[in-house]
Design a protein around this ligand. Structure first.
Ligand code: PLP
Length: 376
């Protein structure tokens, strides 16, 4: 199979898998144990924490490990809401968040918080539209950095700076899952307070994530147990996955510029190949990352094209995240029609994809256009 679904999940890097195996079979102590194996495990945990902290240019004590970005987001959003509910009850977010954020915020809304969801304008976010909504009752803003469906980049630096100018007490959470290790996020320059990230999107195993928590930010815990991870995520740390996460993050950081050049070349080639095909519509703009491309194949429902491509040996995803066959509506929010959302497929790259694979993928899409029955 040629894998073009790296925004869903990724193959674990060999050095990351090797490090996890070593940790499971040799350095298998519990970081909380007092003996030598425990101390070795704790040292390994600290080194991995430093590798994740490097990505954010923050201190290692500002990183906690979790099981995934969804858990990080729950800890962040529910934790802020509960610790700040005496100060205010207004939360600002966008209409294009991943379910991890959207569901947490809907839960708070059902429990009395006021929620303002900002839509994009002409497929873009403007800092002013978000910041205008902030008042002194606003306790939290949660925005994504890169959208998982079409790769739209939100101007988090501008938003965060203007937001803090207007209300220095607002807490800003960023879902950085699709930008982590791919676009720099320097917490010395960008005044965000919390950021959720995930291991399995950057070639580490599933089951590990992290949360950046700026020093001094108070969030109320919502699970109880031991004192691990600053009392916020109790339970023995999943050290093998954490170690692999650190190795994967380091590898990505060392190759960041090279990877961006590679993704840019792949995207350019893909767009060149489809530009004269009037029935393939691009749902990504210049404000999108080069590693996620969202296309609508006119008249062919996503799932039909997805399975056609699967038979030809390609993995892509439906261009609009869906649960139980219900589309997320994110693409419609970005201004595309319902039909266009129904026809959307998402192609997302890794360092392993090649120009030749893109050619084969476009040939397969065009074969699907010829043989599949169109519904318009
Ligand atoms: N946020 C975004 C933007 C995502 O793309 C994903 C995963 O698809 C998540 C959050 C959730 O990540 P995890 O699977 O680590 O919980």
């Amino acid at each position: 199979m040629y894998y073009f679904d790296n925004a869903s999940t990724t193959k674990v890097l060999k050095p990351a898998a090797d490090a996890a195996l070593k940790c499971m079979t040799e350095n298998y102590g519990n970081p909380s144990s007092l003996h030598k194996m425990g101390v070795d495990a704790e040292d390994t945990l600290t080194s991995s924490r430093k590798l994740i902290a490097n990505v954010f240019n923050c201190k290692d004590e500002e990183i906690i490990f979790t099981s995934c970005a969804t858990e990080s987001t729950n800890i962040a959003i529910l934790g802020v809401a509960n610790s700040k509910k005496k100060v205010g009850n207004k939360i600002i977010t966008t209409t294009i968040e991943h379910a991890a954020t959207a569901s947490c915020i809907s839960h708070l809304e059902n429990n009395g918080f006021e929620v303002v969801r900002i839509s994009p304008k002409n497929g873009k976010y403007y800092a002013a539209d978000i910041v205008n909504e902030i008042d002194d009752r606003t306790i939290l803003m949660s925005i994504m950095h890169v959208n998982n469906e079409n790769g739209l980049i939100l101007p988090i630096e501008e938003i965060a700076k203007q937001a803090k100018n207007k209300n220095p007490n607002i807490i800003i959470h960023v879902d950085a899952v699709q930008s982590f290790c791919k676009i720099p996020i320097n917490t010395n320059k960008i005044p965000i307070d919390l950021a959720s990230v995930s291991g399995h999107k950057i070639n580490a195993p599933k089951g590990v994530g992290a949360l950046y928590i700026r020093k001094g930010i108070k969030i109320q815990r919502h699970s109880f147990g031991g004192p691990q991870e600053n009392n916020l995520r109790p339970g023995t740390e999943a050290l093998p996955s954490i170690v692999a996460f650190g190795v994967a993050a380091k590898t990505h950081m060392e190759n960041m510029n090279k990877s961006i050049e590679h993704y840019t070349a792949l995207k350019k080639h893909l767009l060149d190949r489809i530009k004269d095909n009037p029935e393939i519509l691009l749902n990504s703009s210049d404000n999108c990352v080069p590693y996620i491309v969202n296309l609508s194949i006119k008249g062919i429902r996503s799932e039909i094209m997805l399975h056609f491509l699967e038979e030809k040996g390609f993995c892509v995803s439906s261009g609009s995240a869906c649960s139980k066959a219900k589309k997320s509506g994110v693409l419609q929010n970005m201004g595309y029609s319902k039909e266009r959302e129904d026809w959307a497929i998402r192609i997302s790259f890794s360092a392993e994809n090649t120009i030749n694979q893109i050619d084969m993928l476009v040939d397969a899409i065009e074969a699907g256009q010829k043989s599949l029955i169109k519904t318009y």
